[in-house]
Design a binder for this molecule. Structure first.
Ligand SMILES: Nc1nc2c(ncn2[C@@H]2O[C@H](COP(=O)(O)OP(=O)(O)OP(=O)(O)O)[C@@H](O)[C@H]2O)c(=O)[nH]1
Ligand SMILES: [Zn+2]
Length: 213
């Protein structure tokens, strides 16, 4: 507990500050894009760029739509009639696009999400929707992995959750260190996936080979 307090001394204050911070208007956001075009060294008044601020702001609304969505709303509906099925449910290769919070450039990857039901199950598409909600925010891969597990845990309280994300960070490929094709892998395991090495190994094997062998 102490460590948490020391690591995030201002977490609560920051959360409140974010709540209070008003969103700028569309016009203000477009003006900011115009400033960036000038900063890049181009002429925002030339024909090809004249509508670019509007387009960028529209694209941002779409790419960052996750801020206006509540994962718990998406996960609210669960089903019990599954004929007593209680083994792993794994949705793998969920492709996503996100943006890193350090450079605001794309993170492109795949998420694999599994849980061990405790009577109730989720609609399969809802798992992919939750991945998208968190992907459509500024992210670190670690945070996104933990957030997906947390949201499913809160909604479903299953016996265990396993989340693996494999992604390429364009901030490492297009700039900076410029290493193309490197993949970062992050995992979060809860419940039986955390405590039982066999369950964990079965998840990894099914993600890797498509079977539990
Ligand atoms: N842990 C983690 N790091 C990330 C993620 N996305 C980007 N980064 C890293 O965030 C770090 C930011 O480092 P800084 O030194 O503050 O920024 P920088 O000067 O742009 O760093 P370089 O990328 O090394 O040029 C970089 O090492 C990035 O690779 C992520 O999802 N998780
Ligand atoms: Zn980055």
């Amino acid at each position: 507990m102490d460590a948490i307090v020391k690591t995030f001394p201002n977490a609560e204050k920051e959360e409140k500050a974010t709540e209070k911070r008003a969103r700028p208007s569309r016009e203000e956001a477009e003006a900011a894009v115009r400033t960036l075009l000038l900063w890049a060294g181009d002429d925002p008044d030339r024909e090809g760029l004249i509508e670019t601020p509007q387009r960028v702001v529209k694209a941002y609304r779409e790419m960052f739509a996750g801020y206006d969505m509540d994962p718990q709303e998406v996960l609210a509906r669960t089903f019990e009639e599954v004929a007593g099925y209680e083994d792993m449910v794994l949705v793998k290769d969920i492709s996503f696009h996100s943006h890193c919070e350090h450079h605001m450039v794309p993170i492109i990857g795949k998420a694999h999400v599994a849980y061990l039901p405790d009577k109730r199950v989720l609609g399969l598409s809802k798992i992919a929707r939750v991945v998208d909600i968190f992907a459509q925010r500024l992210q670190t891969q670690e945070a996104m992995t933990a957030q997906i597990a947390d949201a499913i845990n809160e909604a479903l309280m299953p016996r265990g959750i396993a989340v693996m994300i494999e992604a390429e960070h364009m901030c490492m490929a297009m700039r900076g260190i410029r290493k193309q094709g490197s993949t970062t892998i992050t995992t979060t395991f809860t419940g039986s996936y955390r405590d039982d090495p066999t369950e964990q190994a079965r998840f990894i094997s099914m993600v890797r080979n498509g079977n539990a062998a």
